[in-house]
Design a protein around this ligand. Structure first.
Ligand code: FMN
Length: 461
């Protein structure tokens, strides 16, 4: 049986690339949004991702096994409220994705408004409004075969008649609602939003219209409602105002951004969000404040722990990461670079590892050892520092590192005396790769014991 989602009177977090990840969505819900959209996710990314239950975080993860990246992470707290926005130009691919993810989302939205080159060249985003047959075939296919509501998000066209004609055509596909960003393809966010055009669309169609584009004038919840009413729309969707201060959804008025940053960091730690994504979201909140002393300290930080430290949440981060690590989070070790020869082949990762391992000469000593940052509270204990001291003490040449970079994954080989050492795992940063190579060397030299490495999760026995 088909599920439904009530699109009347709803305040919605708009889809935002890099911003609409799990911490931001949960924050929006806790501050008063009713429905939250994911960032746009391109169909093939979800197609090649593997659905995994994450028992430690209590999340469902769609993991790209070629680089270990989380393509989509969701949890019970947003069940029935999260809408996944898909970037697609192909009905069959969209349906495959829809079938794969529908158990984890409340609705599927198709992006038909993105004016970026990347989308248009791929026939996605606003290109679909200029290829209505294709747009309709995608929506009709999804509506017919999925058990969840299907919607789309569009921009307006230069002429009002043309816009209404398109919206009416899209309505015939059976979609449950339509989100309208009241700007044309060429208009920029600073240009005024055409609330009058949204109002005309509302009059012309029978499905709920979700008004979008009002952030410039939105500073608090009552402004959100004012914009919705100005458009006469059933619901309203907010992007930038939420990106700047997600507590804009609060009935009681927005909170100071320090509190919002704290909440963002807490959720990022709780849901093991990537440091780069967390950093980006906070940059969007800080905006001009990045130029302050605190802002610069923040910009210098790299790990989640370092970012947290700027707002005095470092020990919370360490405690939580240790807890997760002890509970068995091991995701990163599955990552291996995609083979150039067959980038879509996801069926034989072992073959890929073999091929890439061939680039590491046979005289390199390899062990299944990975560097786990949380094991080292004191920087002096870091494998690279320890190995450096070892060479100084024993009067041998300092360690020399060589790094291999493949599709944003890294392996390092460290040369010490006559030996070359490397971890067999691919890491997501050059620094981690060097640390795991150093750790492999320390193990081989007998400085780190197997028991200790197995106990702290660095080594698979
Ligand atoms: C950082 C950022 C990322 C965005 N990513 C998407 C996206 O993935 N999909 C989409 O349909 N629109 C995207 N948009 C557009 C917004 O959803 C929205 O249509 C636009 O910002 C106008 O709404 P606003 O005035 O509330 O900001 C993005 C906007 C921003 C600022």
């Amino acid at each position: 049986m088909k599920s439904s989602l009530d699109y009347s009177n709803k305040i919605i977090l708009a889809p935002m690339v890099r911003v609409g990840t799990l911490p931001m969505r949960l924050m929006a819900l806790s501050y008063g949004a009713d429905i939250v959209y994911t960032e746009e996710i391109i169909d093939w990314k979800l197609l090649r991702a593997e659905r995994q239950i994450n028992d430690v975080l209590k999340t469902v993860d769609y993991v790209d096994k070629t680089d270990g990246c989380i393509v989509f992470r969701t949890c019970d707290k947003e069940k029935g409220k999260v809408v996944l926005q898909l970037g697609t130009a192909n009905a069959e691919r969209a349906l495959l994705v829809g079938r794969k993810v529908q158990q984890d989302i409340a609705a599927l939205d198709i992006n038909m408004g993105c004016p970026k080159d990347f989308s248009i060249k791929g026939g996605m985003g606003i290109a679909l409004l200029y290829d209505l047959d294709r747009a309709k075939s995608i929506l009709t296919t999804l509506v017919k075969h999925l058990d969840i509501p299907v919607t789309c998000k569009i921009r307006i066209m230069p002429g009002i008649d043309e816009t209404i004609k398109i919206v009416k055509e899209l309505e015939t596909t059976g979609i449950s609602a339509i989100a309208v960003h009241g700007r044309t393809k060429t208009e920029r966010p600073r240009h005024p939003v055409h609330a009058d055009v949204i109002r005309e669309i509302v009059k012309a169609v029978g499905i709920p219209v979700i008004a979008n584009g009002g952030s410039q004038e939105i500073h608090k919840r009552s402004d959100i409602l004012k914009f919705r009413d100005a458009c006469g729309a059933a619901s309203v969707m907010i992007a930038r105002a939420a990106q700047w201060n997600c507590s804009v959804f609060r009935d009681e008025g927005p909170l100071p951004i320090e509190e919002v940053i704290h909440e963002c960091l807490r959720l990022s730690v709780d849901y093991d969000n990537s440091p780069s994504n967390t950093k980006y979201c906070i940059q969007m909140i800080l905006r001009d404040l990045q130029e302050t002393t605190l802002g610069r300290k923040f910009l210098d930080s790299q790990t989640l722990e370092q970012i947290c430290e700027v707002w005095n949440l470092g020990s919370y981060c360490r405690k939580k990461q240790l807890e997760y690590h002890n509970a068995g989070i091991r995701g990163r070790r599955q990552a291996c670079p995609q083979s150039d020869a067959n980038p879509q082949d996801e069926n034989c990762p072992s073959k890929k590892i073999k091929m890439l391992s061939d680039e590491i000469s046979s005289d390199v000593i390899e062990h299944n050892i990975s560097f786990i940052r949380v094991n080292y509270a004191d920087d002096k204990e870091l494998p690279k520092s320890k190995l450096y001291l070892y060479t100084v003490k024993n009067n041998i040449k300092l360690p020399k590192y060589e790094v291999i970079n493949k599709n944003k994954l890294f392996r390092a080989i460290v040369k010490v005396a006559d030996g070359k050492y490397s971890s067999s795992f691919w890491e997501k940063s050059k620094k981690f790769a060097e640390q795991s190579a150093a750790l492999t060397c320390l193990y081989h030299l007998g400085i780190e014991s197997k028991e200790k490495l197995i106990e702290n999760g660095s080594m698979i026995g």
